[in-house]
Design a protein around this ligand. Structure first.
Ligand code: NAD
Length: 485
């Protein structure tokens, strides 16, 4: 039985779409049709933005509510999402191949956690302060929401990434038009069901499932006050150009090609699970994965053997099975892309040590976990984001060279340092030009900012920094004291 929707979530309820176009969703594992949703057209985006505007601009609009009142509404939303957690995880796994145990963690759990985290932060943190004057009277400095936020998200971790935007944006008092990626629209519709059950006020959240053209239309829409985008660097550049022209605030979370720096004292075997989670999680389809492994020449072959052993022993299979470590890629297009990089790696002279092909399965867009040794940092596979389970092992001489190689990248999103000495690891970590980096692990922390430098993006999500990115500060100069007689 397929999961089919005929309406769009706009203005607080289900609305008929303006056209009969639909988005068909296929299982990454069986390639079968699993569902469909209406494809939003420009007119639907107009309706969604208008609804979000009304919800924001009304005299008693969402942004005027006391934070504690918004917190109650967002708590209802969190509970409605939690009720649907298992089904959310299942839909994501069906659509994009994410192993179910990971979907249960990321996609079922994180949305509610983030809603509570940001709603609580808003309710607790003072939203204005009075400052004494230096040359005139005092000032009141007030944090206000920005208005209507356009949130555009990719397919790889669709719900968690959606709530990295929705939770701080809604908690701060903004209203949102969300555009999910066409590959993962079934989880977005389920989220809309939760929003309806939670009785979010009409227009506070609206969902327009569509592709990139309609996404570009939303970015330019005159009713939008801020754009928050996660996706490829190429799309991010185009969105940044539009926002630059419009002087529209924008947050960009883009691609990566992060380095795992294995120091000469590292014991990789003892941290192998953590190494897997840092380099190959979600079938290699996460932006921050450390896919360039920098290994000391003194222990090079040992590191190559350990990583090749890890990749070769992973359980590939149906991602709905709890024992599966590597599922399929999201689409045949994505598999073609990954396979073309594997071919390029061999053509440019890197040495394939494991994988490189497809596992023995009739159906599904699978690629074997693949490791290349003897990779030069200038090779295409070391410079471009592959977004699949493909690791490059690059040799280095001393620590300075390791840092230089880590920094010789257009990107700067994640990274990791592997060492028996965490203090030494932190010294190295501080020298890497990147937005985030972990020591003997890499786990995003909601209370700490996440984001990139260079071609990995502009701005930060998570932490109080994300909340601030959905707020404007306004100054009211208070009446100066009357001159004394
Ligand atoms: P993509 O850029 O093709 O699409 C992402 C989203 O943007 C989709 O919803 C798409 O429809 C929309 N879109 C594409 N072009 C657009 C445009 N010009 N205007 C408006 N909307 C547009 O990326 P993808 O293939 O879906 O996702 C994979 C990419 O996302 C990878 O490069 C990955 O690194 C990146 N990513 C980054 C982060 C991060 O936090 N830095 C997280 C996850 C994924």
């Amino acid at each position: 039985m397929t999961i089919d929707y005929t309406q769009l979530y706009i203005d607080g309820g289900w609305a008929d779409p303006s056209s009969s176009a639909t988005i068909a969703v296929h299982s990454a594992t069986t390639e079968e049709l699993i569902g469909s949703v209406p494809e939003a057209a420009e007119r639907d985006v107009d309706d969604a933005v208008a609804a979000a505007r009304r919800a924001f601009d009304a005299p008693d609009g969402w942004g005027t509510w006391e934070p504690a009142r918004r917190q109650q509404a967002l708590e209802r939303f969190a509970q409605a999402l939690e009720k649907r957690g298992e089904e959310t995880a299942r839909r994501v796994t069906l659509q994009n191949g994410m192993p179910i145990w990971l979907a249960q963690q990321f996609e079922a759990g994180i949305p509610a956690l983030l809603l509570r985290f940001y709603a609580g932060m808003m309710a607790e943190a003072p939203q204005e302060e009075t400052r004494p004057g230096v040359v005139a009277g005092g000032s009141r400095v007030i944090k206000e929401p920005l208005g209507v936020v356009a949130a555009i998200v990719p397919w790889n971790v669709p719900q968690a990434i959606t709530f990295l935007k929705l939770a701080p944006a809604l908690a701060a008092g903004n209203t949102v038009v969300l555009k999910p990626a066409p590959e993962t629209v079934l989880d977005a519709q389920l989220m809309a069901e939760a929003a309806i059950e939670a009785e979010l006020p009409p227009g506070v959240l609206n969902v327009v499932p569509a592709g990139r053209e309609v996404g570009a239309y939303l970015v330019e829409h005159p009713g939008v006050d801020k754009v928050s985008f996660t996706g490829s660097t190429a799309a991010g550049r185009s969105i940044a150009e539009t926002c630059g022209r419009l002087l529209r605030p924008v947050t960009l979370e883009l691609g990566g090609k992060s380095a795992a720096i294995v120091l000469d004292d590292a014991n990789l075997a003892s941290t192998i699970e953590s190494f897997f989670a840092t380099t190959l999680l979600n079938n290699g389809q996460i932006c921050w994965l450390s896919t360039r492994v920098l290994a000391p020449r003194s222990r090079y072959q040992e590191v190559v053997d350990t990583i090749s052993g890890l990749a070769g022993a992973l359980t590939i299979g149906d991602p709905l099975e709890s024992t599966t470590q590597i599922g399929p890629l999201v689409s045949s297009r994505q598999r073609d892309r990954v396979e073309s990089y594997i071919a390029k790696g061999s053509a440019e002279g890197a040495r394939l040590t494991v994988g490189g092909g497809r596992p023995d399965r009739d159906k599904g867009w699978f690629v074997q976990p693949t490791v290349f040794a003897d990779v030069d940092n200038n090779h295409t596979i070391a410079q471009e984001e592959i977004f699949g389970p493909v690791l490059s092992v690059i040799p280095y001489g001393d620590e300075d060279e390791a840092v230089a190689l880590a920094n010789a990248s257009d990107f700067g999103l994640g990274g990791s340092v592997w060492t028996a000495d965490p203090e030494r690891g932190e010294k190295v970590a501080r020298r890497v030009r990147t937005g985030t980096i972990g020591i003997n692990s890499y786990v995003n922390e909601p209370n700490a900012p996440f984001g990139g430098v260079k071609a990995s993006g502009i701005g930060r999500e998570m932490g109080p920094e994300a909340l601030a990115s959905y707020q404007q500060v306004k100054t009211v100069y208070l009446q100066p004291p009357a001159p004394s007689a």
